[in-house]
Design a protein around this ligand. Structure first.
Ligand code: SF4
Length: 295
């Protein structure tokens, strides 16, 4: 399907800013400082200064949470720390998988920590997060010869969230990747778990036909009938979909400068229930991607 414009990530948002601050903090060994909040404050200031423009409006709360939770984050690294590796991309050449774990702590044991800035409503982490961590755990084992003993999500909203992954979770994630990679679009066999991370998703019509029946659907398609732009750099898109009008909110304006009347597809967006309809509205997140379709 030519003419598809795929946009994966906004250039800058609260998530990438928090990750950049974390990167500065780790590289400066801020977690070893007597005042870990002070060292985190320095790292945050560095990350914001690097932007060269104002921080996103939703950064204030995230930045405060990151600062307040710096001691808990340092604690999550553990007592026996030989090295801490921030954001290094690891590749599994054989499986053609790569990923960039946020933090790998090397010591007597290996600890894998993933920073999350998005809202986490349930104590139970989403399948997407578990999938992502399963892949990271596999990549860490490839790089360092053993699986991480401890895996945690560090949520700026909720703090430390230990994650239990079984070997079968890891092998299932790798199998899903393999299935997505081998998928022949002409004989596409859409399935929720397989499609979720497939790079062909935005243009794969079979997926779009199947998605409405999925129990945890995370995608929406429709024609843009109205845009609501906010001063905070985010845009709400009112979409006319097959199921009626819905709102896709929180899309960085820079990604959708001129989409009135265009048909769009968005994936890895979160459903938000509404009182006036069975159809949910949708919210953009840090993993979301969007395509503007050819007329
Ligand atoms: S998005 Fe399409 S090509 Fe990718 S796994 Fe799903 S059905 Fe197969």
């Amino acid at each position: 399907m030519s003419g598809v414009v795929q946009i994966d990530r906004p250039a800058q948002n609260k998530g990438s800013l928090a990750h950049r601050a974390l990167d500065f903090w780790v590289r400066a060994h801020g977690y070893e400082a007597a005042d870990v909040r002070g060292s985190m404050r320095t790292a945050i200031d560095q990350a914001v200064a690097e932007l060269g423009s104002e921080a996103p409006s939703d950064w204030t709360l995230t930045g405060k949470r990151l600062l307040a939770r710096a001691p808990a984050l340092a604690e999550a690294f553990g007592d026996e720390v030989d090295d801490v590796i921030p954001e290094r991309t690891i590749r599994d050449a054989a499986l053609r998988i790569y990923g960039t774990p946020d933090i790998v702590v090397l010591g007597k044991e290996i600890t894998l920590i993933d920073l999350k800035t998005e809202q986490i409503d349930d104590d139970e982490l989403s399948p997407w997060i578990k999938f992502q961590l399963s892949v990271y755990a596999h990549l860490v084992a490839q790089e360092h010869g053993r699986l991480p003993r401890r895996i945690e999500v560090f949520s700026t909203q909720r703090g430390r969230m230990p994650v239990q992954l079984r070997d079968t979770d890891i092998s299932a994630a790798l199998a899903a990747f393999e299935a997505a990679r081998r998928a022949d679009p002409s004989a596409a066999n859409p399935a929720e778990d397989t499609c979720r991370y497939c790079h062909r998703r935005l243009r794969c019509d079979a997926q779009w036909h199947a998605a409405p029946s999925w129990s945890k659907r995370d995608c929406v398609a429709g024609r843009v009938t109205r845009t609501e732009r906010s001063m905070n750099g985010l845009t709400g898109l009112w979409l006319e979909t097959a199921d009626g009008p819905v709102l896709l909110s929180g899309v960085p304006t820079v990604l959708v400068p001129d989409v009135d009347g265009a048909s769009i597809r968005a994936v890895r967006v979160s459903a938000s229930p509404r009182a006036d309809s069975d159809q949910p509205n949708w919210r953009w997140g840090t993993r979301s991607a969007l395509a503007v379709m050819s007329p």
